[in-house]
Design a binder for this molecule. Sequence first.
Ligand code: PAF
Length: 272
Amino acid sequence: MKIIRQKKDLKNFIKSKNTISFVPTMGGLHKGHEQLIKQAKNKKQTLVVSIFVNPKQFNSKKDFSSYPRNLKKDINLLNKLKVDCLYYPNYKDIFNFKTKNKIYLHPFSKKLCGKFRPGHFEGVLNVVNRFLEIIKPKFLYLGKKDFQQLILIKKHILNKQIDTTIVPCETIRFKKFLPFSSRNIHLNNNEINSAIKIFKLIKNEKYEIKKNKIKNISLNKLKHQIYDLGIKKIEYIDAINIKKLKIAKKYNENFKIFCAFYINKVRLIDNI
Ligand code: PAF
């Protein structure tokens, strides 16, 4: 695998390749990333993976500095998965040029995580827009675990008529339903068990809404069940129609339950 630190070298590397598939990451690679990479490898195109912990998408310096980093382990995994190129830039390489496109922020960016993490999605789109301009990938692989991010990147690509197709990848879960997340390494065993219970409660609630043909969805009872598990802070828990991007009212809408909550100091999100 080629490890490239500067965009001019990356552009050189890409020049001779026909089609690029791209998996952007912030490192701390886990089975979820592995799945994205394996899916991208199936296409048999040149595969570029990036590792860049983007400070612009963090809301606090502390969250940015405690974000899991393990470059050696990540490089071993990427080698094992036969990735063609790792782009591992520094801040300047990403932010020292003027982009062709301004970012497009769809109003959905103000909902869910957008309400609680001001500037987060601007930060994500800023860096993704830059990656797209440097790499010009034909395919961009994104996980459904960050569903809101996926939708907002899709809206940006559509709005700016960028010639990149998003390939959405399923959330990978382990230990009876816990989704893989880089932040899981901050959880102890008790906290992992609480997280599993919460995600199962949400899954069950969705099942009940559909089974009982609920016409006026309310998640209040679910919220209380989560607080009863000793959780101190739920940021949001909402049923969202994923086509209309609005609160879902009825069982037969195409909806997912989105949530963000804290287990002690660790913020977890999911959509089920
Ligand atoms: O999902 C992530 O890891 C990040 O938000 C991304 C897409 C790599 C942008 O920094």
